[in-house]
Design a protein around this ligand. Sequence first.
Ligand code: SAM
Length: 245
Amino acid sequence: MVYLENVDLTEKTILEIGTGNGATTLQIIGDMLNYPNSRLITTDIVARDISHLFSSYSELQDRVTFIQTSGEKLEGLIPNSIDIIVEGYTLCAINSQTGKVPICFSRWAEVLKPGGLLFIEEEFPLYSQDSQKYFLWRMYWRFIKSLLLYAGKNPYQEIDPQTLDSLLKNYHFVIDNQDIGDTLTAQSEIISALFSHFSEWKNFLPNGLVRLAFWLLKNSLLQQIKVLGTMITPYYSIRAHLKEK
Ligand SMILES: C[S@@+](CC[C@H](N)C(=O)[O-])C[C@H]1O[C@@H](n2cnc3c(N)ncnc32)[C@H](O)[C@@H]1O
C-alpha cells in the first residue's frame, strides 16, 4: 500500500471509503503527520471504533472523523468539499450488491473538487489470475465465497481493472497511474482467518449435511495451507483525478 506518501497533503481534506479494521486509515494518518492542516473523514457502512488508531498519533485525533454511511450515499458530505478519496479493498464489498459501484462513482465525482484525486487498491478477480503462485489464494477465496453463498450472504465481488477504468472514465475520472503487486499472508494468519470465517458462518448453513460438507472442505483446505505456507495475493492500484466539471 503506497497511497499518499508522495502527495502534498497541505490543507487537504481526505475521504476514506470503507474503514474496516483501519489498516488503510492508519497508513493515511501516518502520511498526514507532516501536514498539520490536513483532515481525514473515514467512512464505513458499519459502525467502527477508530480510537485504537491514535495510540501512536494522539496529536492527530482532532483531525480525523468517522462517519457511518455507505460509499454510495456519503451522508453529510457536501459537493466539491473533498480533495482526495482513498479506498482500499472496499469496492469489492460494495460490488457484492450488484449495481452499487456506478452509484458510488457518481457520488464520489460529486463530493470531489475538480482536479481531486482518487486512489483505489483492490484484489484481482479470481478468474483473472491463473498463475500457479496464486493457487492457495484461489482455493482460499473459493472456499470463503462458497461458504458465504450457502450461508445466504453476498460474498465480495472483485472487479477487473479494465472494467473499472471504463467505468471511471464514464464518471469524468482520468487515470494517471496503474500498478500491480503481490501481498504475502503468513500461514498462521490464513489459518486463523479460515477458522474465524468458518465459525462465524457455519450456523447460517441450511442443514447438517451442508455443514459437514463445509467442515470437510475446510479441513482439506487446512492441509493445503499447511503444505503451501504463505498465501500470495495479487492486487492492483489505480490513481485517477477528476476532470474539471
Ligand atoms: C475489506 S474491508 C476494508 C478494509 C480496509 N479498507 C482496510 O484497509 O483494512 C471492506 C469494508 O467495506 C465496508 N462496506 C461494505 N459495503 C459498503 C458500502 N456499501 N459502503 C461503504 N462501506 C462498505 C465493510 O463494512 C468493510 O468494513
